[in-house]
Design a protein around this ligand. Structure first.
Ligand code: ZN
Length: 257
């Protein structure tokens, strides 16, 4: 007999005490929740904003040092709202559902059978072979509050039973990315991240996790630092990519603009 997974038991109990909510509209998730992670009213919106295929095109971003970059959604509308609510710390619990959406949308994991349950990777034929998950470190960390990339990394680590490591740090004296334009971001980011000297990444395939991929400057710079520290391969993944929505995915009001 295998030992019970106490983490999972505690998770189910917590989901029963504190019911899970739809990250896209905050509705309580009942038994009719879609894939255990969002409500049936958000089904069309979730589909509309999905980024398929999840691999991000080089035409929209400027990547270097990365094997590839992946995202589950476009950074727009309900997805944007969910991420902002998570990031500002009001609704950090959405991170679990959003990480589960990443597992399903990006890597094709079998969806959770119900709210508070986990997507299953055992069924994955093309199981990702990462040795560890590394979150992009926050520029302005809030004491005691893990950033959204860390929350996503932890959840994906639980789903795939691979360790979360934090070798990256922000080099002091660099500006926050959001204060800069595109060219400034590339320049600034290149020197903004480094790995701690005691980081042991030798020979590792790393999954780098961020919440949003905008220009690609941040994830590329982090990947470069990880490669310098000995990683052999870095793939970046995010909930959403900030790209122009394809025409067929725009709402009618957006098309009129
Ligand atoms: Zn909803």
């Amino acid at each position: 007999m295998t030992a019970p997974d106490w983490g999972y038991v505690a998770e189910r109990a917590a989901a029963w005490l504190y019911p899970r909510r739809c990250p896209f509209c905050d509705a309580l998730l009942g038994p009719d929740a879609v894939q255990g992670t969002f409500c049936s009213s958000c089904k069309e919106e979730e589909e509309r904003l999905s980024h398929r295929p999840p691999r991000l095109p080089d035409t929209e971003h400027h990547f270097y040092a990365l094997h590839s970059a992946l995202a589950a959604y476009y950074y727009a509308d309900a997805v944007r709202e969910a991420i902002l609510l998570c990031k500002r710390g009001y609704h950090p619990w959405y991170a679990r559902e959003l990480a589960d959406r990443m597992a399903v949308r990006i890597w094709g994991a079998a969806p959770a059978p119900g709210p508070g349950m986990r997507p299953k990777n055992e069924l994955l034929l093309d199981m990702p072979l990462y040795h560890c998950i590394v979150p992009v470190p926050p520029h302005q960390p809030m004491p005691g509050v893990p950033g959204l990339p860390m929350l996503l990394a932890r959840r994906l680590g639980i789903l795939w039973k691979i360790p979360v490591e934090t070798p990256l740090y922000v080099v002091r004296g660099t500006q926050a990315q959001k204060e800069l334009d595109r060219a400034g971001r590339m320049q600034n980011a290149r020197k903004a991240y480094a790995c701690r000297t005691d980081a042991d990444l030798g020979g590792k395939r790393v999954l780098l996790v961020d919440d949003i991929i905008t220009t690609g400057a941040t994830v590329s710079a982090c990947a470069l630092a990880l490669l310098k520290a000995g990683a052999v391969d870095v793939t970046a993944a995010a909930i959403a990519a900030d790209e122009e929505l394809p025409k067929e995915k725009r709402t009618s009001t957006e098309n009129e603009k």
